[in-house]
Design a protein around this ligand. Structure first.
Ligand code: NAD
Ligand code: L34
Length: 432
């Protein structure tokens, strides 16, 4: 416990200085005489204070006794966790608890010293998610891997019951590198879960008629459970016609207009993989949606729109209840309105392909941020290609409660959900 009559020193950034009065009342321990706030002035470019900076700061505050406590107990513990910083008032409260805990267990050197609290993002913490106030990372890669393991077990059982393995055929047209990667990821996942998969590759001069004929053959092939045509297709091919040509039962992308219609009516159907992946992330992370405000940024028919449909789905119908109040923003939503809508949202789901569109100041403290966007950019530092989402991730994670990374967020979920849909399609077709 904090020794009687000691001073709690708070190193606060300018932002937290504003909360000084609140901090003093909220943090004051009954046995703590005084709380003094000291502005951390030695940090440059938002980097955490170095130990020598802190030393300087405390020397100037004539708090050397206190520093001994930091170096003996707290600082050492802070120093090995490089990435997490407290950034909020509640974070400071958690830190206070932690420091007290440290003091009660290693109490000897703290008797004469003072308790140090350093707050805002300058101080490193020794704990992971339990105490950090950084957004909880939604690890789409891990969740997708869990889902694949569950599916693998179910498919093994299905085969043990005497059924053949589910079968997925992907049609890949042209040589778009991103499409190549995505389809390759799908094929890998299929093998992983026990789905037999085939990729049919066609050059970009395939005619619409040839493609539709091939899809019809696959529709009629009893050995095929799932068909997907990787988008985009070349300009001379009518995408809508192609999506509609895949029979509803084998439409594992859920892009056939009849399946989309069923989704809009909250009816049981094959749901597009990315929206389904977003829904699954929200469910598995136990993010509350009932009566919450959700903003979906992007209104495309394959991504934004179906996400919005799922999020406000009524639990009284076939689909999973989400029951949120959904606002859809799009390219003609004025930036100031976009910011206003996002700021009031408990969940922001963005799918635009505009890097940096969603900045930290647009996020409500504690909101969940799901970034569907994927854009390939050249990293100015390494000169190499990298993937970025729509969200300014590094800053937004200091404000959000949950956040998805890019890559490793929604992308792997899209792939996992395709596996799920293929297995559902196989089971449905086997019933017929
Ligand atoms: P799209 O181009 O069809 O739609 C983009 C949408 O963003 C449009 O509705 C547009 O109105 C909106 N938009 C554009 N600029 C905007 C702005 N400044 N403010 C607000 N809204 C704006 O794209 P899409 O197919 O919906 O894909 C969107 C993004 O998601 C892309 O980056 C794509 O690569 C990515 N994506 C990722 C996955 C995944 O699994 N992670 C799946 C599909 C798409
Ligand atoms: N017909 N076309 C059809 N169905 C789909 O569901 C898609 N989509 C989108 C493009 N066209 C489609 C996908 O499969 C986007 N998409 C997709 C698939 C996989 C990944 C991302 C998007 C993915 O695996 N993303 C990884 C990184 C992959 C990389 O290295 O490029 C991630 O971690 O985000």
């Amino acid at each position: 416990m904090t020794p009687m009559g000691t001073t709690t020193t708070i190193i606060a950034s300018a932002r937290l200085q504003a909360y000084r009065a609140t901090l003093e009342t909220k943090l004051k321990h009954p046995r703590c005489m005084k709380i003094s706030c000291t502005q951390e002035t030695n940090t440059k470019g938002g980097k955490p204070a170095s130990r020598s900076n802190l030393t300087q700061n405390f020397s100037s505050e004539r708090n050397l006794g206190t520093l001994a406590v930091i170096s003996d107990i707290t600082w050492k513990r802070f120093s090995y966790e490089k990435k997490r910083y407290y950034h909020s008032l509640s974070g400071v409260r958690d830190l206070l608890k932690r420091v007290r805990m440290v003091h009660s267990s290693k109490n000897q050197s703290s008797q004469k010293g003072e308790v140090i609290l350093a707050c805002d993002r300058f101080v490193r913490t020794d704990t992971k998610d339990s105490l950090s106030k950084m957004a909880k990372l939604i690890d789409g890669k891990q969740i997708a891997s869990d889902i694949r393991s569950e599916l693998r077990e179910q498919i093994v059982k299905w085969i043990q019951q005497g059924h053949r393995a589910p079968q997925l055929t992907a049609i890949l047209i042209g040589d778009d590198p991103a499409s190549n990667t995505y389809v390759a990821n799908k094929m890998k996942a299929a093998t992983d879960v026990g789905i037999v998969s085939k990729t049919e590759r066609y050059s970009s001069d395939i005619t619409e008629e040839q493609l539709l004929r091939r899809i019809e053959e696959l529709n009629l092939d009893d050995a095929v459970d799932g068909i997907l045509v990787q988008l985009p297709v070349p300009d001379h091919i009518n995408e809508r016609k192609v999506c509609n040509s895949v029979s509803c039962g084998k439409d594992v992308d859920g892009f056939n207009e009849r399946n989309i219609g069923r989704l809009c009516l909250d009816m049981n159907t094959l749901i597009p993989c990315t929206p389904l992946g977003v829904q699954e992330l929200i469910k598995r992370c136990q993010i509350e949606t009932f009566g919450k405000n959700v903003v979906v940024v992007g209104r495309s028919k394959n991504v934004g729109m179906p996400i919005a449909m799922l999020l406000h789905a009524d639990g009284r119908n076939d689909t999973c209840a989400m029951d949120a109040t959904v606002t859809i923003c799009h390219r003609f939503t004025p930036p100031s309105e976009l910011a206003r809508f996002c700021k009031s949202a408990d969940i922001v789901i963005t799918a635009t392909g505009v890097p940096g569109l969603i900045t930290a100041d647009m996020i409500k403290e504690g909101a969940a941020v799901i970034d569907v966007g994927i854009t390939r950019v050249v990293d100015p530092v390494t000169g190499k290609n990298k993937l970025v989402g729509d969200v300014d991730y590094d800053e937004a994670r200091k404000v959000a409660g949950h956040i998805t990374p890019v890559p490793g967020g929604v992308g792997p979920m899209t792939v996992a959900m395709l596996m799920k849909n293929t297995f559902i399609a196989a089971k449905n077709l086997a019933k017929k």
